[in-house]
Ligand binder design. Structure first.
Ligand code: HEM
Ligand SMILES: *[C@@H]1O[C@H](CO)[C@@H](O)[C@H](O)[C@H]1NC(C)=O
Ligand SMILES: *[C@@H]1O[C@H](CO)[C@@H](O)[C@H](O)[C@H]1NC(C)=O
Ligand SMILES: CC(=O)N[C@H]1CO[C@H](CO)[C@@H](O)[C@@H]1O
Length: 347
């Protein structure tokens, strides 16, 4: 009898331990897991891959467009699809978001529609944005990064102040290190994630500081490159309509040529070129120019980190019915605050 009780106690203890350790794993990853949707939406990754491949075949620019949208989603208030909300007073209304590309925003919404038809509203726009970005990155030649799933969408766009946290192209490296640091991203993350400027485009207003009042000397820009940019942007009317490739060597491929550009002083933004001109970043940027595997490895690590910034999980936030349209948080008087999105649903 006593031994049966003891055995039962052992079993109970073992169960408690098992539950506790799975709880602490869940807590460590915020309740996310790689197979979060496996039972409720087994075809998810197929649906994503299918849509992304069609879009990529039509316009490979959808890959850089997606990863920039993801960065702009995650950095201000976390990866919660807040950047996808449209209308006055949203993030898309703020200057840094005015050049997010329609072709990628529409793709995300098309995927959302198919997924919700096949699986009901079980997958958030935030998870879809990440899966679509990952698929397109591989199509463009880039590395695969690990993702855990189960994010929820925000009820609210990020505030103007939060969007203001996004780094600017004219920022010196010290400022970039500080702004990434404030968001839990380190110097390795800054140097590798900036490598996303190895594909995609920019518009003249984003880089005319590099040649407007004489050629930039801090850090110095290649004179022929600067002359080319100045002549090109002289024809930019109406302002902001001309496009310039971020990577002059292989503009559409995700590779390490961006770091070659920096060595040749042909980084487009001050924020790019600065990485080759600051003691905290120069060695790593040089290493990435010499070793694409090293770049890809760090990039994957840093992406996996970025997509886990400040998530809404569990019953916080919502699964948005349309990515561009915010829902209405449940009305619970005591819990209604403006600065803690999702809390109402948490009650
Ligand atoms: C380090 C700080 C960063 C600054 C200052 C910065 C700034 C910018 C600016 C000004 C543009 C051009 C906007 C335009 O004129 O159209 C741009 C484009 C782009 N950025 Fe960044 N960015 C940064 C980091 C990142 C990160 C972390 C990623 C992704 C991991 C990223 C991915 C891209 C891509 C792919 C484009 C091209 C988008 C397209 O072709 O539609 N950037 N960035
Ligand atoms: C194909 O790409 C072009 C250029 O981005 C875009 O305007 C068009 O809507 C795309 N078509 C489809 C079917 O995605
Ligand atoms: C940065 O550039 C300036 C001039 O262009 C140069 O004198 C300085 O040594 C560079 N610093 C680093 C760390 O590369
Ligand atoms: C892609 C996109 O929707 N961009 C929007 C950014 O903000 C401007 C100004 O509000 C809108 O006109 C654009 O539609």
């Amino acid at each position: 009898m006593a031994s049966r009780t003891a055995a039962a106690t052992v079993v109970v203890l073992a169960l408690v331990c098992a539950v506790q350790s799975s709880l602490s794993v869940a807590a460590a990853t915020g309740g996310l897991s790689p197979d979060f949707h496996a039972a409720t939406c087994p075809a998810l990754e197929h649906i994503v891959a299918d849509h992304v491949w069609k879009a990529f075949k039509n316009d490979s620019g959808v890959a850089p467009a997606l990863i920039r949208i993801l960065f702009h989603d995650c950095f201000p208030q976390g990866c919660d699809a807040s950047v996808l909300i449209e209308g006055p007073g949203t993030e898309q209304d703020e200057i840094p978001n005015r050049t997010l590309r329609r072709v990628a925003l529409d793709l995300i919404e098309r995927i959302r529609a198919t997924v919700h038809t096949e699986c009901k509203a079980t997958v958030s726009c935030a998870d879809i944005t990440i899966l679509a970005t990952r698929a397109s990155l591989i199509m463009a030649g880039g590395p695969r990064f690990d993702v855990t799933l189960g994010r929820r969408d925000s009820f609210f766009p990020a505030s103007k102040d939060q969007v203001g946290l996004l780094p600017a192209p004219f920022h010196p490296v010290d400022t970039l290190i500080k702004s990434f640091g404030d968001r839990g991203l380190n110097v390795e993350d800054l140097v590798s994630l900036s490598g996303a400027h190895t594909f995609g485009v920019a518009h003249c207003p984003a880089f005319h500081d590099r040649f407007k009042d004489g050629f930039d000397t801090n850090p110095a820009i290649d004179r022929r490159f600067a002359t080319m940019l100045r002549n090109k942007c002289a024809k930019d009317t109406p302002e902001g309509t001309l496009k310039q490739n971020l990577d002059v060597r292989t503009p559409d491929v995700f590779d390490n040529k961006y770091y070659f550009d920096l060595i040749a002083r042909q980084g487009l933004f001050k924020s790019d070129q600065g990485l080759m001109n600051h003691t905290a970043t120069q060695r790593m940027a040089t290493r990435f120019s010499l070793n694409q595997d090293a770049f890809f490895q760090q990039f994957s690590k840093s992406m996996a980190k970025m997509v886990n910034m400040d998530l809404l999980t569990g019953d916080k936030g919502e699964i948005r019915a349309r990515c561009a349209v915010r829902g209405t948080p449940p009305r619970i008087e005591s819990a209604v605050t403006n600065d803690d999105e999702g809390i109402a649903a948490d009650m």
